[in-house]
Design a protein around this ligand. Structure first.
Ligand code: EPU
Length: 420
Protein backbone atom coordinates (compact mmCIF):
# COMPACT_ATOMS: atom_id res chain seq x y z
CA UNK A 1 0.00 0.00 0.00
CA UNK A 2 1.40 3.37 -1.04
CA UNK A 3 1.29 6.54 1.01
CA UNK A 4 1.53 10.19 0.04
CA UNK A 5 3.91 12.39 1.95
CA UNK A 6 3.29 16.11 1.70
CA UNK A 7 5.49 18.81 3.16
CA UNK A 8 3.00 21.62 3.67
CA UNK A 9 3.30 25.37 3.56
CA UNK A 10 4.39 25.81 -0.07
CA UNK A 11 1.91 27.97 -2.02
CA UNK A 12 0.72 26.32 -5.25
CA UNK A 13 1.77 28.37 -8.27
CA UNK A 14 1.39 27.86 -12.02
CA UNK A 15 -1.14 26.13 -14.27
CA UNK A 16 -3.10 22.91 -14.04
CA UNK A 17 -5.01 21.16 -16.80
CA UNK A 18 -8.29 19.57 -15.76
CA UNK A 19 -9.13 16.08 -17.04
CA UNK A 20 -12.45 14.70 -18.28
CA UNK A 21 -15.28 14.33 -15.77
CA UNK A 22 -15.35 11.05 -13.84
CA UNK A 23 -19.09 11.07 -13.33
CA UNK A 24 -19.73 11.67 -17.05
CA UNK A 25 -17.24 9.04 -18.15
CA UNK A 26 -18.70 6.34 -15.91
CA UNK A 27 -22.17 6.97 -17.40
CA UNK A 28 -21.15 7.40 -21.04
CA UNK A 29 -19.09 4.18 -21.21
CA UNK A 30 -22.03 1.97 -20.16
CA UNK A 31 -24.25 4.06 -22.49
CA UNK A 32 -22.04 2.87 -25.38
CA UNK A 33 -23.73 -0.53 -24.96
CA UNK A 34 -26.80 1.00 -26.58
CA UNK A 35 -24.84 2.06 -29.67
CA UNK A 36 -25.28 0.01 -32.84
CA UNK A 37 -21.93 1.17 -34.20
CA UNK A 38 -18.48 2.18 -32.97
CA UNK A 39 -18.17 5.02 -30.43
CA UNK A 40 -15.02 7.07 -29.99
CA UNK A 41 -14.85 8.65 -26.58
CA UNK A 42 -12.29 11.39 -26.05
CA UNK A 43 -11.04 13.32 -23.01
CA UNK A 44 -11.55 10.19 -20.91
CA UNK A 45 -9.91 10.54 -17.48
CA UNK A 46 -7.24 7.95 -16.70
CA UNK A 47 -8.58 6.93 -13.29
CA UNK A 48 -9.48 3.70 -11.53
CA UNK A 49 -13.28 4.12 -11.76
CA UNK A 50 -12.96 4.40 -15.54
CA UNK A 51 -10.71 1.34 -15.85
CA UNK A 52 -13.16 -0.58 -13.67
CA UNK A 53 -16.03 0.34 -16.01
CA UNK A 54 -13.89 -0.66 -19.01
CA UNK A 55 -13.26 -4.04 -17.33
CA UNK A 56 -17.03 -4.57 -17.13
CA UNK A 57 -17.47 -3.65 -20.81
CA UNK A 58 -14.78 -6.20 -21.70
CA UNK A 59 -16.35 -8.85 -19.43
CA UNK A 60 -19.64 -8.33 -21.29
CA UNK A 61 -17.90 -8.89 -24.63
CA UNK A 62 -17.44 -5.34 -25.96
CA UNK A 63 -14.40 -4.60 -28.13
CA UNK A 64 -12.43 -1.83 -26.51
CA UNK A 65 -9.35 -0.16 -27.89
CA UNK A 66 -7.33 2.57 -26.22
CA UNK A 67 -5.63 5.29 -28.24
CA UNK A 68 -3.25 7.37 -26.17
CA UNK A 69 -4.16 7.93 -22.55
CA UNK A 70 -7.50 9.70 -23.03
CA UNK A 71 -9.23 8.13 -26.03
CA UNK A 72 -11.24 4.92 -26.15
CA UNK A 73 -12.92 3.22 -29.07
CA UNK A 74 -15.82 1.00 -28.01
CA UNK A 75 -17.80 -1.42 -30.13
CA UNK A 76 -20.59 -3.21 -28.33
CA UNK A 77 -21.96 -5.26 -31.25
CA UNK A 78 -20.47 -8.48 -29.88
CA UNK A 79 -21.89 -8.19 -26.38
CA UNK A 80 -23.52 -11.53 -25.72
CA UNK A 81 -24.43 -11.43 -22.06
CA UNK A 82 -26.61 -9.23 -19.90
CA UNK A 83 -24.96 -10.39 -16.66
CA UNK A 84 -22.36 -8.24 -14.95
CA UNK A 85 -19.71 -10.01 -12.86
CA UNK A 86 -20.16 -9.76 -9.08
CA UNK A 87 -16.58 -8.77 -8.19
CA UNK A 88 -16.37 -6.16 -10.94
CA UNK A 89 -19.71 -4.58 -10.07
CA UNK A 90 -18.91 -3.96 -6.44
CA UNK A 91 -15.73 -2.05 -7.25
CA UNK A 92 -17.64 1.18 -7.91
CA UNK A 93 -20.96 2.96 -7.68
CA UNK A 94 -21.51 3.56 -11.36
CA UNK A 95 -21.88 -0.14 -12.20
CA UNK A 96 -25.61 0.57 -11.65
CA UNK A 97 -25.63 2.23 -15.10
CA UNK A 98 -25.28 -1.22 -16.63
CA UNK A 99 -28.84 -1.95 -15.47
CA UNK A 100 -30.30 0.86 -17.61
CA UNK A 101 -27.98 0.21 -20.55
CA UNK A 102 -28.42 -3.60 -20.68
CA UNK A 103 -32.17 -3.32 -20.08
CA UNK A 104 -32.39 -0.78 -22.91
CA UNK A 105 -30.49 -3.04 -25.26
CA UNK A 106 -31.53 -6.60 -24.31
CA UNK A 107 -34.69 -5.95 -22.22
CA UNK A 108 -32.80 -7.91 -19.58
CA UNK A 109 -30.07 -7.10 -17.08
CA UNK A 110 -28.44 -8.78 -14.12
CA UNK A 111 -26.20 -6.48 -12.15
CA UNK A 112 -24.87 -7.15 -8.64
CA UNK A 113 -25.32 -4.30 -6.16
CA UNK A 114 -22.79 -1.54 -6.79
CA UNK A 115 -20.03 -0.44 -4.40
CA UNK A 116 -18.66 3.09 -4.13
CA UNK A 117 -17.79 5.50 -1.35
CA UNK A 118 -19.17 4.90 2.13
CA UNK A 119 -20.81 8.31 2.56
CA UNK A 120 -24.14 7.27 4.04
CA UNK A 121 -27.31 5.57 2.86
CA UNK A 122 -27.36 5.27 -0.93
CA UNK A 123 -30.60 3.58 -2.01
CA UNK A 124 -31.48 2.93 -5.66
CA UNK A 125 -35.25 2.90 -5.20
CA UNK A 126 -35.72 5.76 -7.70
CA UNK A 127 -33.81 3.88 -10.40
CA UNK A 128 -36.04 0.85 -9.78
CA UNK A 129 -39.21 2.95 -9.76
CA UNK A 130 -38.18 4.34 -13.16
CA UNK A 131 -37.44 0.91 -14.70
CA UNK A 132 -40.75 -0.44 -13.38
CA UNK A 133 -42.65 2.52 -14.83
CA UNK A 134 -41.13 1.63 -18.22
CA UNK A 135 -42.54 -1.90 -17.87
CA UNK A 136 -39.62 -3.84 -16.38
CA UNK A 137 -40.02 -6.40 -13.63
CA UNK A 138 -37.32 -5.99 -11.00
CA UNK A 139 -36.29 -8.69 -8.56
CA UNK A 140 -33.49 -8.62 -6.03
CA UNK A 141 -31.95 -11.91 -4.95
CA UNK A 142 -28.57 -12.86 -3.50
CA UNK A 143 -27.30 -9.31 -3.94
CA UNK A 144 -28.16 -9.20 -7.63
CA UNK A 145 -30.61 -6.80 -9.26
CA UNK A 146 -32.50 -8.51 -12.10
CA UNK A 147 -34.47 -6.41 -14.55
CA UNK A 148 -36.60 -7.95 -17.28
CA UNK A 149 -39.23 -6.65 -19.72
CA UNK A 150 -41.14 -8.00 -22.71
CA UNK A 151 -41.05 -4.48 -24.03
CA UNK A 152 -40.22 -1.08 -22.63
CA UNK A 153 -42.90 1.57 -23.02
CA UNK A 154 -42.44 5.31 -22.36
CA UNK A 155 -43.91 6.61 -19.09
CA UNK A 156 -44.13 9.68 -16.88
CA UNK A 157 -41.79 9.41 -13.93
CA UNK A 158 -41.64 11.92 -11.09
CA UNK A 159 -38.50 11.40 -9.01
CA UNK A 160 -39.09 11.66 -5.25
CA UNK A 161 -35.51 12.87 -4.76
CA UNK A 162 -33.24 14.64 -7.22
CA UNK A 163 -30.89 11.84 -8.23
CA UNK A 164 -28.03 11.95 -10.72
CA UNK A 165 -27.90 8.17 -11.00
CA UNK A 166 -31.65 7.61 -11.37
CA UNK A 167 -31.99 10.39 -13.97
CA UNK A 168 -29.21 8.95 -16.14
CA UNK A 169 -30.27 5.33 -15.66
CA UNK A 170 -33.85 6.08 -16.72
CA UNK A 171 -32.57 7.99 -19.78
CA UNK A 172 -30.51 4.93 -20.77
CA UNK A 173 -33.43 2.52 -20.44
CA UNK A 174 -35.87 4.89 -22.16
CA UNK A 175 -33.85 5.78 -25.29
CA UNK A 176 -35.18 2.86 -27.30
CA UNK A 177 -38.49 2.37 -25.44
CA UNK A 178 -41.74 2.68 -27.37
CA UNK A 179 -43.16 6.21 -27.05
CA UNK A 180 -42.19 9.12 -24.87
CA UNK A 181 -40.76 9.09 -21.35
CA UNK A 182 -40.87 12.16 -19.14
CA UNK A 183 -38.62 12.50 -16.11
CA UNK A 184 -39.81 15.20 -13.73
CA UNK A 185 -37.75 16.53 -10.82
CA UNK A 186 -34.73 15.34 -12.83
CA UNK A 187 -31.17 16.10 -11.73
CA UNK A 188 -29.51 18.94 -13.66
CA UNK A 189 -25.81 18.14 -13.16
CA UNK A 190 -23.52 18.72 -16.15
CA UNK A 191 -23.05 14.91 -16.31
CA UNK A 192 -26.73 14.56 -17.22
CA UNK A 193 -26.34 17.00 -20.11
CA UNK A 194 -23.11 15.33 -21.24
CA UNK A 195 -24.69 11.86 -21.24
CA UNK A 196 -27.79 13.17 -23.07
CA UNK A 197 -25.55 14.86 -25.66
CA UNK A 198 -23.72 11.56 -26.17
CA UNK A 199 -26.98 9.63 -26.56
CA UNK A 200 -28.37 12.27 -28.94
CA UNK A 201 -25.19 12.03 -31.00
CA UNK A 202 -25.96 8.30 -31.31
CA UNK A 203 -29.40 9.22 -32.64
CA UNK A 204 -31.51 9.37 -29.47
CA UNK A 205 -34.18 12.03 -29.06
CA UNK A 206 -33.68 13.58 -25.61
CA UNK A 207 -34.83 17.10 -24.82
CA UNK A 208 -34.60 19.16 -21.65
CA UNK A 209 -31.43 17.64 -20.14
CA UNK A 210 -30.07 20.26 -17.73
CA UNK A 211 -33.59 21.29 -16.68
CA UNK A 212 -35.84 19.50 -14.21
CA UNK A 213 -38.02 18.00 -16.95
CA UNK A 214 -36.44 15.67 -19.48
CA UNK A 215 -38.39 14.21 -22.41
CA UNK A 216 -37.10 11.11 -24.17
CA UNK A 217 -38.81 10.04 -27.38
CA UNK A 218 -37.91 6.41 -28.01
CA UNK A 219 -36.14 5.58 -31.29
CA UNK A 220 -35.76 2.20 -33.01
CA UNK A 221 -32.00 2.08 -33.11
CA UNK A 222 -28.90 4.02 -32.10
CA UNK A 223 -25.76 4.38 -34.24
CA UNK A 224 -22.20 5.40 -33.34
CA UNK A 225 -20.52 8.74 -32.63
CA UNK A 226 -17.44 10.60 -31.53
CA UNK A 227 -17.80 12.42 -28.24
CA UNK A 228 -15.50 14.39 -25.92
CA UNK A 229 -16.24 14.18 -22.19
CA UNK A 230 -16.73 17.52 -20.41
CA UNK A 231 -14.08 18.72 -17.94
CA UNK A 232 -14.35 17.48 -14.36
CA UNK A 233 -15.90 20.19 -12.23
CA UNK A 234 -14.98 18.35 -9.00
CA UNK A 235 -11.32 18.00 -9.98
CA UNK A 236 -11.29 21.69 -10.97
CA UNK A 237 -12.97 22.68 -7.70
CA UNK A 238 -10.46 20.63 -5.73
CA UNK A 239 -7.52 22.49 -7.34
CA UNK A 240 -9.27 25.83 -6.77
CA UNK A 241 -9.65 25.03 -3.08
CA UNK A 242 -6.09 23.68 -2.86
CA UNK A 243 -4.78 26.90 -4.44
CA UNK A 244 -6.64 28.99 -1.87
CA UNK A 245 -5.73 26.78 1.11
CA UNK A 246 -2.02 26.96 0.21
CA UNK A 247 -2.29 30.77 -0.33
CA UNK A 248 -1.24 30.29 -3.93
CA UNK A 249 -1.91 31.65 -7.40
CA UNK A 250 -3.11 28.99 -9.87
CA UNK A 251 -4.58 29.05 -13.36
CA UNK A 252 -7.09 26.19 -13.61
CA UNK A 253 -7.32 25.33 -17.32
CA UNK A 254 -9.64 23.36 -19.62
CA UNK A 255 -12.81 23.96 -17.63
CA UNK A 256 -16.35 25.22 -18.18
CA UNK A 257 -16.43 28.09 -15.65
CA UNK A 258 -20.26 28.15 -15.37
CA UNK A 259 -20.13 24.60 -13.99
CA UNK A 260 -18.09 26.06 -11.13
CA UNK A 261 -20.29 29.08 -10.37
CA UNK A 262 -21.37 27.92 -6.90
CA UNK A 263 -17.75 27.25 -5.92
CA UNK A 264 -16.41 30.51 -7.37
CA UNK A 265 -19.19 32.48 -5.64
CA UNK A 266 -18.46 30.85 -2.27
CA UNK A 267 -14.72 31.40 -2.60
CA UNK A 268 -15.25 35.07 -3.54
CA UNK A 269 -17.47 35.41 -0.45
CA UNK A 270 -14.49 34.10 1.52
CA UNK A 271 -12.25 36.80 0.07
CA UNK A 272 -10.42 34.65 -2.49
CA UNK A 273 -9.82 36.35 -5.84
CA UNK A 274 -11.27 34.45 -8.82
CA UNK A 275 -10.68 35.71 -12.35
CA UNK A 276 -12.54 33.92 -15.15
CA UNK A 277 -11.14 33.98 -18.64
CA UNK A 278 -12.66 31.81 -21.40
CA UNK A 279 -12.11 28.19 -20.52
CA UNK A 280 -9.85 28.89 -17.57
CA UNK A 281 -10.02 30.50 -14.19
CA UNK A 282 -7.33 32.03 -11.96
CA UNK A 283 -7.43 31.63 -8.20
CA UNK A 284 -5.40 34.08 -6.13
CA UNK A 285 -5.31 33.88 -2.36
CA UNK A 286 -3.12 36.16 -0.34
CA UNK A 287 -4.22 36.09 3.25
CA UNK A 288 -6.40 33.94 5.42
CA UNK A 289 -9.91 33.40 4.01
CA UNK A 290 -13.04 34.60 5.81
CA UNK A 291 -15.47 32.01 7.17
CA UNK A 292 -18.68 31.35 5.19
CA UNK A 293 -21.57 28.95 5.62
CA UNK A 294 -22.31 26.16 3.13
CA UNK A 295 -25.34 24.04 2.37
CA UNK A 296 -24.80 21.27 -0.14
CA UNK A 297 -27.48 21.05 -2.81
CA UNK A 298 -28.08 19.36 -6.17
CA UNK A 299 -26.65 21.31 -9.13
CA UNK A 300 -26.49 24.29 -9.53
CA UNK A 301 -26.12 24.45 -5.72
CA UNK A 302 -22.87 23.86 -3.86
CA UNK A 303 -21.87 20.23 -4.63
CA UNK A 304 -21.65 17.65 -1.86
CA UNK A 305 -18.51 16.31 -3.59
CA UNK A 306 -16.62 19.51 -2.73
CA UNK A 307 -17.96 19.84 0.79
CA UNK A 308 -15.08 17.81 2.22
CA UNK A 309 -12.22 19.72 0.50
CA UNK A 310 -14.03 22.99 1.33
CA UNK A 311 -14.21 22.05 5.00
CA UNK A 312 -10.40 22.21 5.01
CA UNK A 313 -10.39 25.80 3.73
CA UNK A 314 -13.01 26.67 6.34
CA UNK A 315 -10.85 25.03 9.02
CA UNK A 316 -8.19 27.68 8.46
CA UNK A 317 -10.60 30.55 7.82
CA UNK A 318 -11.05 33.56 10.07
CA UNK A 319 -14.30 32.98 11.98
CA UNK A 320 -16.84 30.22 12.50
CA UNK A 321 -18.59 28.44 9.63
CA UNK A 322 -21.53 26.05 9.46
CA UNK A 323 -21.75 23.27 6.88
CA UNK A 324 -25.14 21.71 6.26
CA UNK A 325 -24.65 18.45 4.29
CA UNK A 326 -28.11 17.99 2.84
CA UNK A 327 -27.38 15.14 0.40
CA UNK A 328 -25.61 12.39 2.39
CA UNK A 329 -25.83 11.42 6.05
CA UNK A 330 -22.27 10.08 6.32
CA UNK A 331 -20.06 12.58 4.55
CA UNK A 332 -18.18 13.87 7.57
CA UNK A 333 -15.91 10.85 8.08
CA UNK A 334 -12.92 13.00 7.16
CA UNK A 335 -13.53 15.26 10.16
CA UNK A 336 -11.83 12.94 12.66
CA UNK A 337 -8.76 12.93 10.40
CA UNK A 338 -8.79 16.74 10.12
CA UNK A 339 -9.00 17.00 13.89
CA UNK A 340 -5.67 15.13 14.10
CA UNK A 341 -4.23 18.12 12.23
CA UNK A 342 -5.64 20.61 14.72
CA UNK A 343 -8.95 21.49 13.06
CA UNK A 344 -11.73 22.52 15.44
CA UNK A 345 -14.90 20.92 14.10
CA UNK A 346 -18.04 19.71 15.84
CA UNK A 347 -20.36 17.41 13.93
CA UNK A 348 -23.97 16.87 14.90
CA UNK A 349 -25.82 14.74 12.35
CA UNK A 350 -25.61 16.53 9.01
CA UNK A 351 -24.30 19.79 10.50
CA UNK A 352 -20.65 20.63 11.08
CA UNK A 353 -19.59 23.74 12.97
CA UNK A 354 -16.05 24.78 12.11
CA UNK A 355 -14.13 27.22 14.24
CA UNK A 356 -11.29 28.43 12.06
CA UNK A 357 -7.72 28.10 13.37
CA UNK A 358 -4.74 30.03 11.96
CA UNK A 359 -2.94 26.85 10.82
CA UNK A 360 -3.24 23.08 10.58
CA UNK A 361 -0.27 20.91 11.51
CA UNK A 362 0.86 17.88 9.50
CA UNK A 363 -0.07 14.41 10.82
CA UNK A 364 -0.53 10.82 9.63
CA UNK A 365 -4.09 10.64 8.27
CA UNK A 366 -6.24 8.31 6.24
CA UNK A 367 -8.32 8.85 3.09
CA UNK A 368 -11.67 7.44 4.22
CA UNK A 369 -13.34 7.95 0.81
CA UNK A 370 -12.56 9.65 -2.51
CA UNK A 371 -13.34 13.28 -1.64
CA UNK A 372 -12.17 12.77 1.95
CA UNK A 373 -8.83 11.81 0.38
CA UNK A 374 -8.85 15.00 -1.70
CA UNK A 375 -9.59 16.92 1.50
CA UNK A 376 -6.56 15.33 3.20
CA UNK A 377 -4.36 16.37 0.28
CA UNK A 378 -5.63 19.95 0.51
CA UNK A 379 -5.06 19.87 4.28
CA UNK A 380 -1.54 18.52 3.82
CA UNK A 381 -0.66 21.25 1.31
CA UNK A 382 -1.78 24.01 3.66
CA UNK A 383 -0.48 22.55 6.94
CA UNK A 384 2.76 23.21 8.74
CA UNK A 385 5.07 20.20 8.60
CA UNK A 386 4.62 16.74 7.13
CA UNK A 387 1.33 14.96 6.40
CA UNK A 388 1.29 11.27 5.55
CA UNK A 389 -1.86 10.08 3.79
CA UNK A 390 -2.70 6.38 3.65
CA UNK A 391 -5.48 4.45 1.86
CA UNK A 392 -4.73 6.07 -1.50
CA UNK A 393 -6.91 3.65 -3.47
CA UNK A 394 -9.86 5.95 -2.84
CA UNK A 395 -8.06 8.96 -4.33
CA UNK A 396 -6.94 6.97 -7.38
CA UNK A 397 -10.57 6.23 -8.21
CA UNK A 398 -11.20 9.84 -9.16
CA UNK A 399 -8.10 12.02 -9.62
CA UNK A 400 -5.89 11.62 -12.68
CA UNK A 401 -2.13 12.00 -12.07
CA UNK A 402 -2.68 13.88 -8.82
CA UNK A 403 0.95 13.91 -7.65
CA UNK A 404 2.28 14.95 -11.07
CA UNK A 405 -0.19 17.82 -11.34
CA UNK A 406 0.62 19.00 -7.82
CA UNK A 407 4.39 18.68 -8.35
CA UNK A 408 4.02 20.87 -11.44
CA UNK A 409 2.34 23.45 -9.20
CA UNK A 410 5.33 23.43 -6.85
CA UNK A 411 3.95 21.14 -4.15
CA UNK A 412 6.39 19.07 -2.11
CA UNK A 413 4.68 15.73 -2.48
CA UNK A 414 5.96 12.19 -2.93
CA UNK A 415 4.53 8.71 -3.01
CA UNK A 416 6.21 5.98 -1.02
CA UNK A 417 5.32 2.35 -0.68
CA UNK A 418 4.74 0.88 2.79
CA UNK A 419 8.11 -0.95 2.69
CA UNK A 420 10.11 2.26 1.98
N1 EPU B 1 -31.26 8.72 -3.54
C1 EPU B 1 -32.36 8.00 -3.13
N2 EPU B 1 -32.85 7.04 -3.97
C2 EPU B 1 -32.27 6.77 -5.18
C3 EPU B 1 -31.15 7.48 -5.58
C4 EPU B 1 -30.65 8.46 -4.73
O1 EPU B 1 -32.92 8.23 -2.06
O2 EPU B 1 -32.77 5.88 -5.89
C5 EPU B 1 -30.73 9.79 -2.67
C6 EPU B 1 -29.31 9.50 -2.20
O3 EPU B 1 -29.31 8.72 -1.03
C7 EPU B 1 -28.78 10.90 -1.97
C8 EPU B 1 -29.47 11.73 -3.07
O4 EPU B 1 -30.61 10.97 -3.45
O5 EPU B 1 -29.22 11.39 -0.73
C9 EPU B 1 -28.63 12.03 -4.28
O6 EPU B 1 -28.07 10.82 -4.78
P1 EPU B 1 -27.69 10.61 -6.32
O7 EPU B 1 -28.50 9.51 -6.86
O8 EPU B 1 -27.73 11.94 -7.03
O9 EPU B 1 -26.20 10.14 -6.18
P2 EPU B 1 -25.45 9.06 -7.07
O10 EPU B 1 -26.00 9.08 -8.44
O11 EPU B 1 -25.34 7.78 -6.35
C10 EPU B 1 -23.70 10.78 -7.99
C11 EPU B 1 -22.20 10.84 -8.01
C12 EPU B 1 -21.68 11.18 -6.62
C13 EPU B 1 -22.30 12.49 -6.16
C14 EPU B 1 -23.83 12.41 -6.23
C15 EPU B 1 -24.52 13.70 -5.88
C16 EPU B 1 -21.68 9.25 -9.72
C17 EPU B 1 -21.12 7.95 -10.08
N3 EPU B 1 -21.68 9.57 -8.45
O12 EPU B 1 -24.00 9.71 -7.08
O13 EPU B 1 -20.29 11.35 -6.77
O14 EPU B 1 -21.91 12.75 -4.83
O15 EPU B 1 -24.24 12.02 -7.55
O16 EPU B 1 -24.11 14.72 -6.74
O17 EPU B 1 -22.11 10.00 -10.58
C18 EPU B 1 -18.06 11.44 -6.06
O18 EPU B 1 -17.75 11.71 -7.22
O19 EPU B 1 -17.24 11.52 -5.09
C19 EPU B 1 -19.42 11.00 -5.77
C20 EPU B 1 -19.76 10.38 -4.65
Amino acid sequence: MDKLIIEGGHPLKGEVNISGAKNSAVAILPAAILAGETCTIKNLPDIKDVSNIIDILIQLGARVEREGHDKLIVNSNNIDTYKVDFELSKKLRASYYFIGALLGRFKKAEVPFPGGCDIGVRPIDQHIKGFEALGAKITIEHGIIRAEADKLVGASIFLDVVSVGATINIMLAACMAKGTTTIENAAKEPYIVDTANFLNALGANIKGAGTDEIKIKGVERLGGCEHAIIPDQMEAGTYMIAAAASKGNVLVKNIIPTHLDSISAKMKEMGVEIIENGDSLRVIANGRPKAANIKTMPYPGFPTDLQQPMSVLLSVADGTAIINESIYDGRFKHVDELKKMGAKINVEGRIAVIEGVPKLSGAPVCATDLRAGAAMVVAGLSAEGETIISNLAHIERGYERLERKLLELGAKIKRVSEED
